[in-house]
Design a protein around this ligand. Structure first.
Ligand SMILES: Nc1ncnc2c1ncn2[C@@H]1O[C@H](COP(=O)(O)OP(=O)(O)OP(=O)(O)O)[C@@H](O)[C@H]1O
Ligand SMILES: [Mg+2]
Length: 345
């Protein structure tokens, strides 16, 4: 008999009681002078059983609808009065066990999500403070020196102001990147999809980054000649993606190295763009975290280069907003390849 059904608990309880009464009556017959006939023993036992069934039903129903409904109220966060009456023939306890296990699993998931968010917030604030501290302290230093007499010293005043300005530029770039990420993360963010020639866009980006590349004598090139290739995407955002990827290939590229862009057919409606360099590359363990905000492979190395680790986070957001894929392959000391797909026009 399944004892998690209330009706079965009531029946089992009353049968047991009826049986006990029968035993007591038989004992009374045997041990005392009182004699009760067999018919009476059966009649009394059945009557006790029947009456106790009614009493059990009453109490078990009360228990179910008062106690168990309260538990349901807690797990469903509803008013107890709004929870439907628990049916007496239902497998109420088994259902309660199942429902509370489900509730516990949902809660556990929410808790771990909240924990993750709390860690993320802490890390984010820590990173942000750290990124702002360096330029703010340097600006403070230059301004103080200028106020304490440097302003009148023709040999340093202009130099210090320029250095302070470069600190301000750094903060302003950082804030722009953060603002971009915040915009890309809101649901209201809309892509401005247009048809454009991707090959021309790559050429424009090469042109924009020419000076930076020339500083390290890095060559920016296509792997072969490409005819105009039209895609449908947000041209400004894709320019931003390409500027970030090519700019990284220069920052983390070797002097005299090269950055190569290739375009391949991915499937009928997509092309695959690869930005490859023969730079410092990175170890495998960094790849899963590479697109996180503020993540940098080697903090000390990048300090000199001056990135804040937001570029690839923006790249990922933009490519995901286009519902396209982004992948990276990299080998330490050999180079890296960042690839993404775009929809053809
Ligand atoms: N082409 C590459 N070769 C080697 N390492 C790279 C390459 N691109 C990115 N990385 C590594 O990934 C990290 C994150 O790159 P990301 O562009 O997000 O930040 P950043 O370049 O440090 O700063 P910024 O916000 O200015 O772009 C870099 O710090 C660098 O360590
Ligand atoms: Mg970068």
């Amino acid at each position: 008999m399944n004892l998690s059904k209330p009706i079965n608990i009531a029946l089992a309880g009353s049968l047991l009681l009826g049986f006990l009464v029968a035993i007591i009556l038989v004992l009374v017959n045997r041990l005392t002078v009182v004699q009760i006939s067999f018919t009476w023993v059966v009649f009394i036992s059945i009557t006790v059983s029947a009456l106790s069934t009614l009493i059990f039903v009453f109490f078990v129903r009360r228990f179910l609808n008062e106690k168990i409904k309260v538990i349901y109220g807690i797990i469903t966060n509803e008013q107890v009065s709004e929870i439907p009456v628990i049916n007496f023939t239902d497998d109420a306890l088994a259902k309660l066990t199942e429902d509370s296990a489900e509730y516990a699993a949902v809660q556990q998931k929410q808790i771990s999500e909240l924990k993750k968010q709390a860690i993320f917030r802490k890390e984010f604030l820590g990173n942000l403070a750290h990124e702002l501290k360096t330029p703010v302290f340097s600006i403070q230093g230059y301004v103080l020196t200028l106020l304490e007499g440097g302003l009148e010293d023709g040999r340093v005043n202009r130099d210090f102001l320029e250095r302070a300005l470069s600190g301000v530029d750094r903060i302003s770039n950082l804030l722009e990147d953060l603002d971009d990420i915040a915009k890309l993360e809101t649901d209201r963010f809309k892509l401005n999809l247009v048809k454009f020639n991707f090959v021309k866009l790559v050429r424009d980006v090469f042109h924009e980054l020419e000076t930076k590349a020339n500083h390290k004598n890095i060559k920016l090139k296509f792997d072969k000649h490409y005819e105009p290739t039209f895609v449908v995407a947000d041209a400004n955002r894709i320019t931003q993606v390409l500027v970030n990827l090519v700019s990284n290939s220069i920052s983390y590229g070797i002097v005299g190295g090269e950055t190569t862009v290739s375009i391949k057919n991915y499937d009928k409606k997509k092309i695959l763009i690869e930005v490859s360099d023969n730079g410092v590359g990175m170890a495998k363990e960094h790849i899963p975290r590479l697109f996180e905000r503020f993540y940098r492979v080697d903090k000390s190395r990048e300090r000199n280069i001056g990135g804040s680790g937001l570029g690839l986070a923006i790249v990922k957001h933009v490519i995901e907003a286009h519902k396209q894929t982004l992948t990276v392959r990299s080998t330490e000391g050999i180079g890296s390849t960042f690839s993404f797909t775009l929809e053809t026009a």
